[in-house]
Ligand binder design. Structure first.
Ligand code: NDP
Length: 970
């Protein structure tokens, strides 16, 4: 297990094993995971695999049997009956227990209800079977009931959303009360386990709320976990202690280091959040000791359970308790089942209370859940080592963690494999463009302050609704007397704003302004243009909540989606500013004696920006900022449904100091002013994102040269998708279901990247459908002003009618498998809908629906799956869920889409990280948020000078020469 790669492969293999039923499949996976490994195990494994191939059925069974044997070491029992055998043996050694039900991640309310029922069943069984058991220490036994159940809160509610603690409590409390009530009647203890940081505050709130209720406020046999690796841990513990004191009844805190260290770090880094965990291992150890002191000093109100295998942490708790005169029988040590046997024995012998944390569940799937936890946290690797502290001296084991703090190296950042990108001279390595860019962060709605800021912004925005917004041409506000009203799709009676409507004369006026401003702007320094974008991003950051709130009202985005859109807009500004600085300088093409050639770029001229409503700030801002930073002047035409957000973008750029005429805001009818400008001889560039129908019209029309036109028009054209997600027969369904549901129904399916075809292999079709349908039935559908909604309204009446038409078509072509009933009556709410028995030639499998409608296509095998995935006119995004390394490689190579996502949702592209855009009928092959995007807005130019004079040439040629961009000063 010391070879990292082997270890990861081993964990991954165990993870997938439970989902493989045929011998041949097991052997195939074994082969894929292990045979090309370059380490000492390889020959051994290869021979094993070769042998296994001869009789796959037997080998498969043998392997399952072996892994089940290994699982026995860490899982206390398959079921309540089985676990009792273990618990009895432990009792004989004076070791107590807390049981934890292992199981799949809960993706639906049906599964959550099942988990609650299993908890109750287990409680009853344990209470019955342990009748007459007495406390091993015979002292202070009233603090430590024999039966102790550890409950995973996330397993009781599938729609827990950090932004909405009230909703979580409203759903969790009714499921927990019967369990708690029964536990109390049975004299049992219930502990709330702690999982990822996203659920921490909710779990703490829930604990305090429930145990303040009249029914439970005087019940002492309840506990919660504090994770010492969290920076918040101390404040949370003090808060709990204060609460407990006010409550007037004892409770227990299980102090642990925490099991999601890697996960928390990865998740925070991806979203640009402060990392909630300590980065150095000894920091958590130090904190554990600090929290131990706080707990023991408050022994009057809190019972401590120290959950650690670290002998120093354990010894420290012992010493401190002695120092404070706390009897050994008044606190306990909790250790994992299957680990640290000698420590448990020693603790018992020393007269301490020991309780084992005992996972219960089917062995093979259970092992894969355990391994999954391990994969989430490789720092937990000691878990699988039987002799976990080999060859370590006593002194080292007991060393004060404070001594290790200074100078302890921070964990290495993820290393980037540069592979063969090393230049031939070995001197420099090509750094991925996204690596030099740090993305703007998302708002983390885990924090109450952020939730409150969003609520306040929504309240404030409500007072601003109905305002009027002018056109902006040449820096002047213009009112035409005609307006376009923008409605709140959740409540169409509510007008979000009135935006002045431009007609042909205003379009001409805007074009003239943009043309006149062009000369000056094209010669404005790159630095100045880049700074304009950076100032715009800073203003967005300042107005962040306000802008998100506006999106909730104007386009029905749930909180996190609205925030994601603003973040993306900021990212576009910042990334393009950076990219322009990188590519903007005239650069030497080649070192050659006697001649120098510099390639550089000129702007194309006047850009027309035509945007859709579904990412109302991000897409409009992305195309606009690209046009401006490259030196083009622009006319922006927002979608009618999102025109107020368009007006905000104009306001932001005006405040950022965009010169008059450089940016002109021209809301109006796409079919009138949009079409007029597309055809106009003086428009040089059209950046369009929207439907295929409009996109193709623009593409065609822009291809015609009009009288007087001096330049070929360039079109950046991003259109729709009909994105397919394949679920392979060995896919991890916990992930596949959650991500597919989110990809299909997040923001009501109104993303160009949304999954609209789910392609499922027949081998696990039944299981996928069972979980998928109940997950869809559990989604939160409603007004997105409420936090934590997943599905809101579709954009307007036209969209509503069109999607309903598709649902009718689906009913006639395929089989309706699921449709939500409980959607709000007011507003344009289309119920999430799933069709099965869909075949690739049906209209619902071919045409973009752009709403919460999912077509499921059953296929025989991966060949057919890929064929179906590729069988549309579109090629925007695609997804693939699998745990077969060979199949994953195949999907990477064969799926036809601009953005292929493996084992994750197929939506949510991040600027710089996932350059976004498709081909075929999804677009012209450009990548928004990618390093080469700006080239679309530029004309490349090369100036070559013969620098030889009478056979003599300077030896040095500079790499960059900025003066090529500017006319000489006279
Ligand atoms: P539309 O194509 O209906 O509208 C897009 C924009 O084009 C609007 O501003 C519209 O103005 C304007 N427009 C309409 N007719 C013309 C015309 N004849 N000439 C010039 N402009 C015109 O798309 P939606 O706004 O409904 O957006 C949804 C579509 O966008 C979906 O198909 C989706 O897949 C796609 N999309 C693609 C993305 C990608 O990156 N590939 C990203 C996001 C969305 P008006 O509002 O006045 O009609």
């Amino acid at each position: 297990m010391r070879d990292e790669h082997f270890k990861v492969q081993m964990f991954r293999f165990v993870d997938v094993l439970a989902s493989l039923h045929r011998g041949g499949e097991i052997v195939r996976h074994l082969d894929e995971y292990f045979t090309d490994m370059r380490n000492g195990f390889a020959p051994l494994v290869r021979t094993g695999v070769q042998a296994a191939k001869i009789v796959p059925w037997i080998s498969g069974q043998l392997l399952r049997w072996n892994v089940s044997g290994m699982a026995r070491q860490f899982i206390a029992g398959k079921n309540p009956h089985d676990v009792m055998k273990t618990l009895r043996k432990r009792r004989a050694k004076n070791i107590g227990f807390t049981v934890d039900l292992l199981g799949e991640a809960v993706v639906s309310e049906r599964e959550a209800t099942e988990y609650a029922a299993r908890c109750l069943e287990l409680l009853e069984y344990l209470a019955r079977e342990t009748q007459g058991w007495i406390d091993p220490l015979g002292k202070n036994s009233e603090l430590f009931p024999v039966v102790n159940l550890s409950v995973k809160i996330s397993a009781l509610y599938s729609q827990m959303n950090p932004a909405d603690p009230a909703d979580a409590t409203a759903h969790l409390a009714p499921k927990l009360r019967p369990i708690l009530r029964r536990a109390r009647e049975l004299g049992a203890f219930v502990n709330f386990d702690m999982e990822s940081y996203a659920h921490k505050n909710i779990t703490l709130e829930l604990f305090k709320t429930l145990f303040t209720e009249t029914e439970f406020h005087d019940w002492p046999h309840v506990g919660i976990v504090i994770q010492a690796y969290l920076r918040d841990a101390e404040a949370d513990l003090f808060d709990l202690i204060d609460w407990g004191r006010a409550r007037g009844t004892r409770f227990t805190v299980r102090l642990v280091k925490g099991a999601y260290w890697d996960y928390e770090k990865i998740k925070s880094s991806q979203n640009g959040w402060n990392i909630p965990v300590y980065l150095q291992k000894p920091e958590s150890d130090v904190n554990f000791e600090l929290l131990t002191r706080i707990l023991l000093e408050n022994e009057k109100n809190v019972t401590s359970a120290f959950g650690s295998h670290n002998v120093r942490s354990i010894a420290h708790a012992q010493a401190l308790a002695d120092q404070l005169g706390i009897d050994r029988s008044r606190f306990e040590f909790q250790l994992l089942y299957g680990m640290a046997g000698p420590i448990k024995r020693a603790l018992v012998e020393m007269g301490y209370r020991v309780r084992e944390y005992c996972p219960v569940g089917e062995l093979l799937p259970g092992m894969s859940y355990l391994v999954r936890r391990l994969l989430e946290n490789t720092s937990n690797e000691g878990f699988l080592r039987a002799k976990f502290s080999d060859n370590v001296s006593e002194q080292q084991l007991l060393r004060d963690p404070r001594e290790l703090l200074n100078g302890a190296a921070a964990p290495p950042a993820t290393s980037v494999t540069t592979g063969d990108r090393q230049l031939p001279d070995g001197a420099s390595v090509d750094v991925p463009p996204g690596d030099t860019y740090e993305n703007a962060s998302l708002v983390n709605f885990v924090y109450k302050e952020n939730q409150e800021q969003m609520r306040a912004a929504l309240r404030q925005m409500r007072t601003q609704l109905g305002k009027k917004y002018p056109l902006v041409i040449n820096g002047q506000k213009i009112w035409t007397g005609k307006t376009i009203a923008s409605f709140n799709p959740s409540s169409p009676k509510e007008i979000v704003g009135h935006v002045t409507e431009a007609g042909i004369p205003e379009a001409e006026h805007a074009l003239e302004a943009a043309r006149s401003a062009s000369k000056q702007w094209s010669r404005t320094t790159i630095e100045e243009r880049a700074r304009l974008l950076e100032r715009a991003a800073a203003i967005m950051e300042r107005r962040r909540y306000e802008l998100s709130a506006l999106e909730v009202f104007e386009v029905g985005k749930p909180w996190a989606e609205a925030d994601g859109d603003i973040r993306e807009a900021m990212d576009f500004c910042l990334f393009y500013a950076q990219q322009m600085r990188l590519i903007g300088r005239p650069r030497l093409t080649q070192h050659v004696p006697g001649e120098e050639s510099y390639q550089h770029y000129w702007p194309r001229g006047v850009a027309l920006i035509v945007a859709p409503w579904n990412f109302p700030m991000a897409i409009l801002c992305g195309m606009t900022s690209a046009a401006l930073v490259t030196g083009n002047t622009a006319i922006i035409k927002p979608a009618e449904q999102a025109a107020v957000i368009g007006a905000m973008l104009m306001e932001i750029f005006a405040e950022a100091g965009v010169p008059p005429g450089v940016l002109n805001f021209l809301p109006g009818k796409g079919s009138i002013i949009g079409a007029h400008l597309v055809d106009h001889k003086d428009v040089n560039l059209i950046a369009f994102t929207g439907s295929r129908e409009v996109g193709l019209r623009i593409w065609e029309s822009a291809g015609q040269t009009r009288p007087g036109q001096l330049q070929l028009k360039h079109v950046v054209c991003e259109m729709g998708g009909k994105n397919g997600v394949i679920i392979d027969s060995d896919a991890d369904l916990d992930e596949a279901i959650v991500d597919s549901i989110y990809s299909a129904f997040g923001y009501q399916g109104q993303k160009c990247s949304a999954c609209s075809r789910l392609i499922v292999l027949e081998e696990n079709y039944r299981r996928v459908m069972q979980r998928l349908l109940s997950a869809a039935a559990s989604l939160r559908v409603g007004n997105p002003e409420e936090p934590g909604m997943t599905v809101g309204p579709v954009i307007d009446k036209t969209a509503y009618d069109r999607i309903q038409e598709y649902i009718a078509i689906g009913k006639s072509e395929a089989t309706l498998a699921f449709q939500r009933k409980d959607v709000p009556a007011e507003g344009y709410f289309v119920p999430p809908t799933i069709f099965v028995d869909v075949t690739p030639e049906m209209r619902i499998a071919r045409e973009e629906i752009f709403g919460p409608v999912l077509s499921v296509i059953k296929v025989r095998d991966l060949d057919e799956a890929i064929e179906v995935a590729n069988s549309t006119d579109y090629a925007l995004t695609a997804g693939f869920f699998s745990r077969s390394p060979a199949n994953i490689e195949r999907a990477k190579a064969e799926i036809v889409a601009g953005n292929v996502y493996i084992n994750r949702s197929c939506t949510g592209a991040v600027v710089g990280r996932h350059p976004f855009g498709g081909f075929k009928m999804s677009g012209g092959g450009t990548k928004a948020g990618g390093a080469d995007y700006l080239l679309q807005f530029l004309l490349p130019r090369v100036v070559t000078e013969n620098i030889t004079r009478h056979g003599f040439a300077p030896e040095e040629t500079p790499q960059y020469r900025e003066e090529f961009l500017w006319p000489p000063k006279r």
